[in-house]
Design a protein around this ligand. Structure first.
Ligand code: ACO
Length: 324
């Protein structure tokens, strides 16, 4: 059975950058109080990229996908599988993956979306790995892309300061050399309420609450414990120890979750990729964006072992171990 190997990556962030001070000034016009100090102390976030009106998830996803294709030196017609992880698709249907396929000028391969919120990218990568190992695809594009700014309640300071928009992508190809060496996915559907956007459109009307809601402290506790357990399990599955992991690329929700996790796993902070300060939480896009940053600045190199971890609404979580 072939391995699925990551042969390229790309990222795209909307050009509009909103600093904490700018956001605080904007919220102040609506009598909502926040500050750079509060946001940095509690989350590590200093700024976020926000999509302008009309800039959709498929737009960001296509830009990231094209960057990954260029990086991998692969043309769109070689892609036989596109998976987009997103909770903010352009439409109910067709899928964002189909829109991306059309934008890239690739036709004929499979294309579909995966919805596992902030764990979406590790879910999608695990599915691509299974397709490739089973011989059902040779070269896949796996994308995490979100416009979370569209589902935020900008009157709720406890959530609206936490998120940003963006997209990250990888090209995964069948290879005789080790690539993805472990994958571990989980969900606990009894925890839907701690993080949700529990609305929809029916009969032409919005039903329920279209905005993201979160019990921050419950998410914090569950995230650290779930990710720590998953890290041990995926290493055991791959027959390696945590000390063999060269880079941890965790979901970028919050610097305090990341610091707790790395301490719990005894992974030194120099081995942890962090982008939450400049990207904020981009949900399914956060892991591939952080991975791409660390590849392009030369930290993640050929031969390295990388652990990617996602956690988010559902409640969902999981880990993928990759040999570069
Ligand atoms: N600015 C200023 N004050 C604020 C803000 C804000 N943006 N948001 C909340 N506060 C206030 C609250 O109103 C409250 O005030 P009060 O004491 O007068 O009632 C006070 O700060 C404390 O509120 P808490 O909600 O208890 O704040 P907490 O210390 O728990 O921090 C946070 C909130 C940062 C969300 C924290 O719970 C956390 O880190 N949770 C992890 C969850 C997370 O990061 N989620 C991201 C998305 S989920 C995911 O991606 C997996």
């Amino acid at each position: 059975m072939p391995y699925a190997k990551i042969i390229g990556s790309g990222g795209y962030l909307p050009p509009r950058v909103v600093s904490n001070d700018q956001l605080a000034a904007d919220l102040a016009t609506r009598q909502i109080e926040t500050s750079d100090t509060w946001i940095v102390d509690r989350t590590g976030i200093r700024q976020r990229h926000i999509a302008d009106e009309g800039m959709t998830t498929s737009h960001l996803a296509t830009k990231a996908a094209q960057a990954a294709l260029d990086d991998a030196n692969v043309t769109a017609d070689q892609i036989d599988l596109i998976i987009v992880a997103t909770s903010t698709p352009d439409f109910v249907f067709p899928s964002t993956a189909c829109l991306v396929q059309a934008n890239l000028g690739a036709k004929g391969g499979a294309a579909f979306d995966v919805q596992a919120v902030c764990s979406g990218f590790v879910y999608a990568l695990t599915i691509a790995d299974a397709f490739i190992q089973a011989g059902r695809a040779k070269t896949a594009l796996v994308i995490g892309a979100e416009v979370f700014s569209g589902i935020l309640d900008w009157n709720d300071r406890a959530t609206c300061v936490l998120f940003g928009d963006g997209a990250g992508a990888v090209v995964v190809q069948a290879s005789a050399e080790p690539g993805i060496i472990g994958a571990q996915l989980n969900a606990d559907g009894s925890q839907t309420k701690i993080l949700c956007a529990a609305g929809n459109v029916s009969h032409g009307k919005v039903i329920g609450d279209p905005f993201l809601r979160m019990d921050g402290q419950a998410v914090f506790k569950l995230a650290v414990n779930c990710l720590a357990k998953s890290a041990h399990e995926v290493c055991e599955q791959a027959g390696i120890s945590l000390a063999d992991v060269d880079w941890l690329v965790p979901h970028q929700a919050n610097i305090r979750i990341i610091n707790f996790l790395s301490r719990k796993l005894q992974i030194p902070e120099q081995k942890v990729v962090i982008t939450v300060d400049s990207h904020a939480n981009t949900s399914a896009a956060s892991v591939p964006l952080a991975f791409d940053v660390a590849r392009r600045d030369g930290r993640i190199k050929a031969g390295d072992t990388v652990m990617m971890q996602g956690v988010g609404g559902g409640f969902t979580w999981g880990s993928v171990l990759v040999k570069m």
